[in-house]
Design a protein. Structure first.
Length: 85
């Protein structure tokens, strides 16, 4: 049986960050859109989720900014060899 992946944070620490006050205390570098503190990218699961959410709800400018921030922080998420339709 394969072990499940754990993030660097414990469940309790992650829960504290998901509160309104917790998000306010997080540094701006933990977010893809720093001024608005949107799209949390402090760890790999949140970075993947940010890409998915901005793809659903973001503007073209936001999509570009989030993709750039995620790739800067997690180069392994960079897509290569994209096919153009």
């Amino acid at each position: 049986m394969a072990k499940s992946r754990k993030s660097k944070l414990s469940k309790a620490a992650n829960a504290r960050r998901n509160t309104k006050g917790g998000r306010k205390r997080m540094s701006a570098s933990s977010f893809a859109l720093k001024k608005q503190k949107k799209y949390r990218i402090d760890d790999l699961p949140h970075a993947r989720n940010a890409l998915a959410r901005v793809g659903q709800h973001g503007t073209a400018v936001q999509k570009k900014a989030v993709r750039a921030a995620v790739v800067r922080k997690f180069p392994s998420l960079k897509k290569t060899g994209r096919k153009k339709a």
